[in-house]
Ligand binder design. Structure first.
Ligand SMILES: O=P(O)(O)OC[C@H]1O[C@H](OP(=O)(O)OP(=O)(O)O)[C@H](O)[C@@H]1O
Ligand SMILES: Nc1ncnc2[nH]cnc12
Length: 180
């Protein structure tokens, strides 16, 4: 289990039955509205990865951009966006995946990762792990090395932590929710 931060956790509002009945949505927009919680979450996400030889941060559309870009700045690294289909202008690679509440495809610019890049993956939330698995596959197909992914929130009951472990990716997170 990652270290837990109650101040961060208490800044995230819960919305029942969004976007579908039975889903308890963990809404990080309430964290973003709180400058102290936003600043602290970016610092804490970046902290374990300082001076560890990372060369790029990759964040996944859309909420992964909100944390990935400031974490990249904090670490002095470039930021690479992984986006939903048809949004990136240069040549792309694509990967389809399943979500807790749907299905989607992600794309990355083919020239954004070089063989040997050491890549940190950032997203707001880890649920089933489908999004980060697809993101890691895209980075690895381009020759990037992926060993760690960091999230503000993990939902361990949905199996994402184990799913990523099987792919050789350790999950780091600032707070977790179980049982709902
Ligand atoms: O671990 P998983 O089961 O894949 O779920 C987590 C993903 O789901 C959410 O994104 P969503 O696809 O809803 O897109 P958004 O960020 O554009 O709202 C969230 O921001 C993560 O990226
Ligand atoms: N329960 C949840 N809350 C917020 N974002 C999510 N993405 C996937 N599951 C989610």
């Amino acid at each position: 289990m990652s270290e837990q931060y109650p101040f961060i956790k208490s800044s995230i509002k819960a919305v029942a039955d969004y976007p579908k009945p039975g889903i308890m949505f963990r809404d990080v927009t309430s964290l973003l509205e709180n400058p102290a919680a936003f600043h602290q979450s970016v610092d804490l996400l970046a902290k374990p990865f300082r001076d560890r030889g990372y060369t790029k941060v990759v964040g996944t559309e859309a909420r992964g951009f909100l944390f990935g870009a400031p974490v990249a700045l904090e670490l002095g690294l470039g930021f690479v966006p992984v986006r939903k289909p048809g949004k990136l202008p240069r040549q792309t690679l694509s990967e389809s995946y399943e979500l807790e509440y749907g299905e989607d495809t992600l794309e990355i610019h083919k020239d954004s990762i070089s063989p040997g890049d050491k890549v940190l993956l950032i997203d707001d939330l880890l649920a089933t792990g489908g999004t980060i698995e697809a993101t890691a596959k895209l980075v690895r197909q381009l020759g990037g090395e992926v060993t760690d992914a960091a999230f503000v929130v993990a939902l361990p009951d949905l199996g994402g932590i184990e799913r990523l472990q099987k792919l050789g990716i350790e999950s780091h997170y600032l707070c977790e929710y179980n049982g709902d």
